[in-house]
Design a binder for this molecule. Structure first.
Ligand code: ASP
Length: 307
């Protein structure tokens, strides 16, 4: 039996007054989700089920930007993206432009398991959700006061330059390795506040925001989605391990700090490898994160090493 390990994130980005005020709520949400996922792995659960379970918990928690509490686009609407990947057989499922589906990550898994496709978007994906008996919720379920205020604040910025200075992000993700050495990754998001309607970020793009391969690692990313897409971040980390034999931590650090350094934007990643190693790398002021590895302790952080 191999080492089990799990890491989760609730987004990376600039610090804010809201984050500082709600740091305990964030930590509590991370602690609950990571503990549930780790206990599930400990009882012999699969990595794939664990990452879906954890992301469901985070999607249901309104403090995080995924599912309930998702951010609003420039029309004041919620559009959600999610993806999941199974490291054992490289199967993957992804959904974009999702509305009213309570748990987009479970819909991504439905796409992976119940269709011959990998990626579905918009009306077709939402109609498909209904055939899978996915729980559907009214718009009011998703829109929280905090996200609405973010939207009002950013929607008044006039230029693209102003908007670049004032990014409000978040996203949730989970990576895990189970007792059988199988890896999985899952990521779910409401995207960027005030993004142009129709914008799709990295979280639902296999290889950018999500990747899992039993031979190398499982990765979930967060930050400026455009940069994670251009840097093909999650797959780059896997390829570095595959082609150079470097460690998981080296691959994450190299990708975020070297390969993507010209981008000058926000990137954070969590990753696990088949031996149960965990790596977390971010170039931002904060990254909401938690992990549990060989020693079984759940560690939670928002800023540096505050414990
Ligand atoms: N990467 C996400 C996106 O661009 C946002 C985030 O992680 O904060 O949609």
């Amino acid at each position: 039996m191999g080492n089990i390990a799990l890491a989760i994130h609730g987004g990376a980005g600039p610090d804010s007054e809201f984050v500082r005020r709600n740091v305990d709520r964030y930590k509590q949400g991370l602690q609950e989700a990571a503990t549930a996922g780790y206990d599930f792995l400990k009882s012999g659960g699969s990595a794939l089920d664990a990452v879906e379970l954890v992301v469901n918990i985070l999607e249901n928690n309104p403090i995080f930007n995924a599912g309930r509490g998702a951010s609003l686009n420039n029309k004041g609407e919620v559009d959600m993206n999610a993806s999941i990947m199974n490291g054992r057989d490289l199967k993957a499922g992804a959904v974009a432009m999702i509305r009213n589906v309570k748990n987009p990550i479970s819909l991504a898994r439905n796409v992976m398991e119940d269709t011959r496709h990998v990626f579905m978007a918009g009306k077709g994906a939402i109609d498909f959700a209904k055939t899978r008996q996915a729980l559907m919720m009214p718009d009011s379920y998703f829109i929280t006061e905090h996200r609405f205020n973010d939207y009002l604040q950013l929607n008044q910025q006039e230029t693209e330059q102003d908007l670049l200075q004032k990014r409000i992000q978040g996203t949730v993700g989970c990576v895990a390795v189970d007792v059988n050495g199988n890896l999985a990754a899952a990521t779910s998001t409401g995207g960027l506040t005030n993004a142009l309607e129709g914008r799709i970020g990295d979280s639902c793009i296999i290889g950018a925001g999500t990747y899992a391969n039993n031979q190398t690692c499982a990765v979930s990313g967060t930050g400026d989605g455009e940069l994670l897409i251009r840097g093909v971040v999650a797959h780059s980390i896997s390829s570095l391990i595959e082609f150079t034999g470097c460690t998981l931590q080296e691959a994450c650090d190299n990708t975020v700090f070297e390969r993507c350094k010209e981008f000058k934007g926000d990137i954070g990643v969590i990753a696990v490898d088949p031996k149960g190693n965990i790596a977390i790398t971010y170039n931002t002021e904060r990254m909401h994160r938690a992990w549990a590895g060989v020693d079984g302790n759940v560690e939670v952080r928002v800023y540096g090493d505050e414990g």
